[in-house]
Design a protein around this ligand. Sequence first.
Ligand code: ZN
Length: 268
Amino acid sequence: MGLFDKKECVLCGGKAGLITRYKLSDGSFICGSCRGRMSSNTTGFGNMSVDDARGLITLKESNDDRFQNNFVITREFDLDSSHRMMAVNDETGEFAILKDANPDIFSFDDVQNFFVDLSTRALNEEERKNDSSLTGLLTFLFSDDFRSRFPEIPHCPRGSKITGMYFEIVFGPNPFWAEKIRIDMMPGWLDTETDVEKAYVCANDMYQCFKEYKNGTRVAQSFEQPEEQTRSINTNAIEQVKQLKELLDMGALTQEEFDTKKKELLGL
Ligand SMILES: [Zn+2]
């Protein structure tokens, strides 16, 4: 009796191999394939009871159904059409990081912290002298214009180059037992202005989204707005058009600018 009779998976009875087994709080083990049926974000097996472990497998299965059939994507954050990053359901205040077909659905309430982590390394002498494309990229990245567009995202120090960008989400207690998610914002990274800019734009948009929920400036709400609220928006738009008309009469706006803005405000 002792250690050697505990090498069976407590859930499926299969072999819990030395390398692929996970020890639970009561000293029993689960095998790699049972672990694979849970979220890849799950951590903390040492604090988990057998029932917890079973529940996490059930949760991952029902998550699949929820994501396929009940997750309304009201906003999506992508690097481009082939790199989808995050889907948000603003009706329920939930999000999913789109790294696989069955992405965990988290509540924004589960989030404790979020930030962008930029990896950089110092340029060597050779790179400084010879790499003209890199020089172009650095000029672009160090421009005041670029920096001012993303004041809350870390920027590359001078004399260095960016080697990666990660969006990190740190969780409080949550159903998936996830501790954090680290998202690669430069998958298949190329040293080009386009790729760096895409990463910055998407990371910044995601950052602003988390910030809205954290600051309470956006709360989960149904998109069917009450009539009263719709009416006040219309009144507001008319008020703004009036102000624009004044600017037009003053000569501060061209007719074309006025027309464009008017259409926008009135949703024409
Ligand atoms: Zn198993």
